[in-house]
Write a protein that binds this ligand. Structure first.
Ligand code: GLN
Length: 485
């Protein structure tokens, strides 16, 4: 049951071969059985899920159900959920229960999907390995000595081990695509503005975007559709109709122009991964695609630009956590300043503190021009590289991450090496483009992903391109042996 696609689950529910209560119970049992070890959930909500499943069964019975009604999911713990704790992976919000739902959450609730719980993540979505969570590291189901990637590591591990059919995530610099790649599943980050950010705990507001983890591109297409669309509560959300993403999945790729950026295939990439990417590209040629070498000349500047812009925005966003209205407050403060300083100092983890300091420095009067303004100029150059490339090609392809999943603890002492995990994903956020990661094989028993980048609002196109590959290969159907039963 847990290895079925969303479309198959939907059909089984509609034909009453299974009820939503039974399906939800099945996943609750799996979570009980496997998650003590994986640690992909921060908060489990089995009772709420079963209540929602009963409501779903009633609407299936009376004919008012939609395609997703009754299919359970799990939410990254960055989405505010009315009445259920939203910790964002931080001690700061360990005691925080939002009084409202994020728009993504209310959209998916309205679609009739029972929520199994809230998923582990790097604190405030800062990280590439899920080792920065206040609730402990998440393990990779393919090898539990290894990280699942980050920051949405809980979402990726949970779907890879089939503890939920689908899960949500957010991606500021790679946090959906990179963990999807390291856990052997499919993950899409839509165009900036496609999905409402209302009720998502802010990290870097000009980069944050919500998306989906699923087994396949088809599953992602089905979940993305109800999530996406205009929301007047988010002023950066675009008022543009949402296409039926599942409708174009079978379009032919004959004549598709694929751009391969030469910068993505130079030094730094693991040889085993390069070979898998080459094999995937060969598969696309068989499907009728044409391959064109392109250049993204400023891509080597994406990490330095991001690590000025993202910390700058986070230093401003995280100033709201002051111990006054909600979140952690230190014991017995001497005075107001002591309360601010100790509440923040005691509740934020090391990586979050590092970024607040870097960001505050980059925005300070004497350094704004030298760092922040320069980084913004580089950001413009990076997006112009993509605009030029999309004059020649329909999609851009390359590796999602430079390595497969690394060992827990391997990079924690070296933040700069850790930052390089997102070398292929960050430019896409700086430009605001959509990207998807698709599993394309195993290197030393660990999954690797192909990244497909689309032009603005071309989610339907990249889902179609990903789906066609998955119709002709079966990497997306593989799952870690220890979680099959
Ligand atoms: N790894 C990057 C960072 O640490 C990206 C994280 C993300 O996309 N949320 O900021």
């Amino acid at each position: 049951m847990h290895n079925k696609s969303i479309a198959e689950l939907s059909a089984a529910l509609q034909s009453k071969d299974i009820s939503s209560v039974e399906l939800t119970q099945h996943f609750i049992e799996r979570i009980k059985k496997y998650d003590n070890d994986l640690n992909s959930f921060i908060t489990q909500t089995p009772d709420l899920a079963l209540e929602a499943a009963k409501v779903a069964d009633a609407s299936i019975a009376n004919g008012s159900a939609g395609a997703l009604t009754g299919i359970p999911l799990a939410q990254k713990d960055i989405f505010c959920t009315n009445g259920v704790r939203t910790s964002c992976g931080s001690k700061m919000l360990d005691n925080f229960t939002a009084p409202y739902d994020a728009t993504v959450v209310s959209n998916l609730n309205a679609a009739g999907m029972p929520m199994l719980g809230k998923l582990n993540m790097d604190e405030f979505a800062m990280g590439s390995s899920n080792e920065n969570s206040f609730y402990g590291a998440v393990k990779n189901p393919w090898d539990t000595d290894r990280v699942p990637g980050g920051s949405s590591g809980g979402s990726a591990a949970c779907v890879a081990a089939r503890l939920a059919p689908v899960a949500t995530g957010t991606d500021t610099g790679g946090s959906i695509r990179q963990p999807a790649s390291m856990c052997g599943i499919t993950g899409i980050k839509p165009t900036y503005g496609r999905v409402s950010r209302f009720g998502i705990v802010s990290y870097a507001s000009s980069l944050d975007q919500a998306g989906v983890f699923g087994r396949s591109a088809e599953d992602c297409a089905m979940l993305l559709e109800p999530m996406a669309g205009f929301d007047e509560k988010d002023s950066t959300c675009i008022d543009k109709p949402v296409p039926n993403y599942a409708a174009n999945l079978n379009d032919s790729l004959q004549g598709l122009k694929i751009g391969l950026p030469k910068e993505y295939f130079s030094n730094g990439i693991d040889g085993n991964i390069e070979k898998l990417i080459d094999e995937a590209i060969a598969e696309y040629k068989k499907l009728g695609a044409e391959v064109i070498e392109i250049s993204l000349p400023n891509s080597h500047l994406s990490i330095p630009a991001y690590y000025v812009i993202a910390p700058a925005e986070c230093s401003s966003n995280l100033s709201r956590y002051d111990g006054v209205r909600y979140g952690y407050r230190c014991e017995d403060p001497k005075d107001l300043t002591d309360m601010y300083m100790r509440s923040r100092g005691e509740a934020f983890g090391e990586e979050v503190l590092r970024r607040i300091m870097v960001g505050t420095y980059a925005l300070s009067a004497g350094y704004y021009d030298a760092y922040y303004l320069q980084a913004q100029k580089i950001r413009r150059l990076i997006s112009e590289d993509f605009t030029k490339a999309f004059e020649q090609v329909d999609v851009i392809m390359g590796p999602t991450a430079p390595t497969t999943a690394f060992k827990i603890g391997e990079k924690t002492d070296d933040p700069v090496t850790m930052y390089l995990s997102d070398i292929y994903t960050i430019a896409v956020n700086l430009a605001g483009l959509p990207g998807i990661s698709v599993p394309v094989g195993m290197a030393d028993k660990l999954p690797a992903g192909l990244q497909i980048i689309g032009n603005y609002f071309d989610e339907a196109k990249i889902l179609n391109v990903a789906h066609q590959y998955q119709q002709n290969t079966d990497w997306h159907l593989q799952m870690p042996a220890a979680y099959q039963a």
